[in-house]
Design a protein around this ligand. Sequence first.
Ligand code: NDP
Ligand code: 8X3
Length: 254
Amino acid sequence: MEISLENKTVLVTGASAGFGRACAERFARAGARLVLVGRRAERLEALRRDLPVPSLAAALDVRDRAAVERFVAGLPSGFGEVEVLVNNAGLALGLAAAQAASLDDWEQMLDTNCRGLMVFTRALLPGMVARGHGHVVNVGSVAASYPYPGGNVYGATKAFVHQLSQNLKADLAGTGVRVTVIEPGMAETEFSLVRMKGDAEKAKAVYAGMQPLTAKDVAEAVFWVATRPAHVNVNVLELMPEAQGFGPFTVKRG
Ligand code: NDP
Ligand code: 8X3
């Protein structure tokens, strides 16, 4: 039977924009209680006010391990028993070739996309296992599997997310706790604006002349995996715009 998330707590990281915000709205439509995490407090607060369900906004940088651990340990009653963790906060910074890329950008991607996800997961798993149910939904990317020029460390962080998700599944089999990695292709959110360091024209050009995925498309996928019957674990769900495909191998001649 499809799982009901009514009155269950769903914690979404990166809820101030894009996929995270759309996930919060989707789960709220099903009556879930929401914990909204991100750095931009006003955005989270505005979303919290708009949601028709009990929700909690937490301005938190997922890179701050101590702050995340404190936050999870201090979740108030009614929000402490997290049923679904959507590890979505993440970013790509730049498209420079490895030999020219910024090491600071690389570190920020690693700390956000990998460490942040790791700390939230580790903090919430013991409770899920003790209760005998729960679901960790990690947002990966097609960049985990298909390399492209300038993808370097971003793709590597998403390969980490893919492999960690599979290894979590290996550890958690039989505990009642499920693990899924959702791996989208191009989707129009603030992702490219962040990657292009605020250059709106460059960001818009990424989606010119094609129909990208929307945040809602991805949120539907997250919601779908989280509401499958309890005995069903969707391990990996990869989705792309119809207009996106795979590049051929490049060969530099001469
Ligand atoms: P957005 O830029 O629209 O949203 C990213 C979210 O992550 C924001 O809410 C942002 O909030 C949050 N975030 C970033 N850094 C931190 C941090 N240090 N601490 C807390 N929150 C943080 O992008 P998307 O919605 O597109 O991206 C969401 C996820 O999806 C990312 O992991 C991304 O890699 C992945 N993805 C995106 C694709 C795309 O084409 N859009 C495709 C495949 C995967 P704030 O700035 O307020 O902290
Ligand atoms: C984001 C999708 O193709 O820009 O993860 O890497 S892509």
